[in-house]
Ligand binder design. Structure first.
Ligand SMILES: Nc1ncnc2c1ncn2[C@@H]1O[C@H](COP(=O)(O)OC(=O)CCCC[C@@H]2CCSS2)[C@@H](O)[C@H]1O
Length: 419
């Protein structure tokens, strides 16, 4: 049964659960089942943080059920440039979030359920939680062949991943959270979970790609709603509590004091990009399709900012000073689209007088040719116009190298069942 949060007076503020009250004890004796009323990833991750930081989980474990609008969620120690296609995400309005738990990158949308199992550290048991999910799936469809693997994925029919796991273990509290693919948009999933970048070197945690499948493809009764109800029923039975799902609002400060600040922090550039482990990019491109002058670029990126950058033309097609000027200007800047385009626009205004050099400078800094039939570049220009910038964003070779070099992307072909 789903209890709307207007009934929250039953237990006042969840915050007060730190000191359990007699009234509360009657409602959630051996645990709580919560469901988020929000589909915003940052708000939902903030609920996880809040419960982890503030709730007394001793003898009161919590199951939190939540879903998100389209989002790519990277692990705490991952590199977003290495894991996903930020350009496609930008175009499609798909959010990027960094979670506090480790592990790989997954795609969320309303066809994917997230389940967070909170316990005190000593009761943390991921395999038990996965077995509970398998029982819930089999309660709806006994024919379903779902197994947990050693790396705590759930596999359907021995080969298709339907769930990925990650966890965070604190000093006192711990949580295990996992996904469950019911009816996710596999086209989006497969297009955003590959990076266009080549030549990235880093110690960031790499994801482990798998063949994935939606449960609904096996049985059309396995909707997100049915599965959430079933997992809740199984959790209630296991913990011998009433099967009540409490609907919570993650922005309600009366229930979760300080939660909006947590959600804001999770949305900052400094958290999402700035926490990327140090990495370097070493790559090259041709000045234009006609001229085969090779430009080599090397950049070190620390805390999301360009710490060192070298741009070289081994065939001396561009003077060293010009390349130095360009590379030096990148140092200290965020490795991000808007800062780079502002920078390049400024540089374009200082182009050399010599005609030949001037042309090359523009070739280096202003991408021509491809741009009119490139959807991404057109979108970028449209965004620039919308933003009312006096000068359109110049789309440049360097800019393309940094952000739009999808022409260098690895080609992936869908295999049966491959999302
Ligand atoms: N939603 C979803 N569910 C299951 N598997 C997925 C999903 N999205 C992508 N993938 C597949 O998993 C790999 C990455 O596997 P990998 O094992 O590297 O990473 C994970 O599984 C992390 C799970 C994190 C779960 C958290 C729970 C709440 S917030 S996110 C990816 O390349 C795809 O092949």
């Amino acid at each position: 049964m789903l209890i709307p949060f207007s009934m929250k007076n039953c237990f006042q503020s969840l915050y007060s659960l730190k000191i359990p009250t007699a009234g509360y004890k009657n409602i959630a004796k051996g645990g709580l089942i919560l469901q988020s009323a929000s589909n915003n990833i940052y708000q939902n991750l903030a609920v996880e943080d809040w419960i982890h930081d503030h709730m007394n989980l001793e003898s009161k474990p919590i199951l939190f059920l939540w879903r998100n609008s389209p989002t790519v969620v990277i692990g705490r120690h991952q590199n977003p440039w290495q894991e996903c296609n930020l350009n496609i995400m930008r175009e499609k309005g798909i959010k990027l979030a960094r979670r506090r738990s480790g592990g790989g990158t997954v795609y969320h949308d309303m066809g994917n359920i997230n389940l967070t199992f909170f316990t005190i550290k000593s009761k943390y048991n991921r395999m038990e939680n996965l077995k509970l999910i398998i029982r819930a799936l089999n309660a709806v469809q006994p024919q379903l062949d779902v197994q947990a693997t050693d790396r705590l994925d759930l596999l359907l029919d021995g080969q298709f991943k339907i769930s990925g796991t990650a966890s965070k273990i604190g000093r006192v509290a711990a949580y295990h959270h996992c996904t469950l693919l019911c009816n996710t948009d596999w086209i989006s999933l497969s297009s955003v979970l590959k990076s266009p970048y080549q030549g990235i070197k880093s110690n960031a945690t790499p994801s482990v790609p798998s063949l994935v499948k939606n449960l609904l493809e096996n049985d059309d009764t396995l909707t997100c709603e049915v599965l959430m109800e079933s997992v809740a029923a199984e959790y209630a039975a296991y913990h011998k509590i009433e099967n009540n799902i409490i609907l919570i609002s993650p922005t309600d400060e009366t229930v979760f004091p300080g939660i909006n600040k947590k959600a804001e922090e999770l949305q900052t550039w400094e958290w999402i990009y700035g926490k990327t482990p140090k990495f370097s990019i070493n790559t090259s491109f041709n000045l234009s399709e006609q001229s085969y002058s090779e430009i080599k670029v090397y950049a070190d990126i620390k805390n999301g900012r360009i710490e060192d950058c070298k741009i070289d033309a081994p065939d001396h097609s561009l003077p060293l000073e010009m390349l130095d000027k360009l590379s030096t200007s990148f140092i200290g800047n965020k490795f991000c689209q808007s800062e780079t385009s502002v920078l390049i626009n400024a540089l374009l205004r200082t182009c050399p007088k010599d005609y030949e050099l001037n042309t090359k400078w523009h070739l280096l800094c202003q991408k021509q040719g491809e741009e009119d039939n490139d959807e991404r570049l057109r979108a970028e220009r449209a965004r620039s116009r919308e933003a009312g910038r006096k000068e359109e964003t110049k789309v440049t070779e360097i800019y393309t190298f940094f952000f739009l070099n999808e022409h260098k992307a690895r080609q992936h072909h869908r295999q049966p069942g491959d999302l």
